[in-house]
Design a protein around this ligand. Sequence first.
Ligand code: FES
Length: 352
Amino acid sequence: MTDNLDGTTPAKGVSAIAPKEGGGFPNPGLPPHVHRQADTDKRAEKRAEKIVAGMFVLSILGTVLFIASYFVFTPMDTNLLAEGGTLRAVFWSNLFTGLGLAIAVFFIGAAAVHWAKTLMPDDEMVEERHATRSSDESRDRAVEIITGGLQESGIARRPVIVTAMVGALAALPIAVLAPLSTLGPLPGNKLHHTFWKPGMRLTRDHDGTPIRADEVAMNSIFHVMPEGLTEETPHFLNERAKAAAVIVRIDPAIGKNEESLANGHQGILAFSKICTHVGCPVALYEQQTHHMLCPCHQSTFDVTDAAKVIFGPAHRPLPQLPIEVDAEGYLVATGDFPEPIGPSFWDLHKDK
Ligand code: FES
């Protein structure tokens, strides 16, 4: 145990105490500075420079490996390593793309650390404590130091490292872009059309039987699908999801929208069943108020007024399917919905 500076013996468990006045421990200063090998040996400096550049090159190779593996080890049966099928192909694809990305990122970090530890200036500085804000002179000096540091770091004098680093940093984002090239086809105008065609009968959902106009009682609701939409139809589930509609019958005398009534038949009106908020099925009908309700976020549509939104987060009315009655008395569509069904996308008609 060390004696206190005033000569007294420290209390139990305490190493030593400085005297109350006129004292403090003498500043021990800094230990002698040990220079790094690269600071004193030109050959070591060159070697360190090559190592740093080499690591950046390894990073580039990692990026190349990622891009190549993404296409070569594609998760298909055609993958050479996937004797067992697609799951095995996914394994090899994940393994090599993951390795490539790991190598690319790791060697950029490793090169930066090695560069800093072996080649960046290794000066030890002492700065006494002072007010938090530096004086103007210190701030000017700081700018000088930073500018000088940039020069000392040798960015201008080490074109090999800088070129390799720029290459590595530029190559890495390409790895991120590679998967974009294999995204699926654009949707085209599929969002604007459904299975409904002129003359297509309205059929009951699930049992597929056509609906006669005289079967639709006042204030009743039917869930309908287009005739001919079967499991054999290409993209059956997608088509079903888009074509889903409901018909309701109101007294034409309470209708507030002439155009909407004209697109129906004696108060029988057909609307898309897909909510224009985020696409839940609008399947709740209040007979007293003639409101259709979406159960997800309570958007409410007024059937007597062309299914306009009277409450809730939906932006636009439910699209109306124009209908008429054919020679045998069955309800048929006279065309497709006049606008895309479902959630408003790209701010479609948000003003309505
Ligand atoms: S999906 Fe209908 S209100 Fe949100």
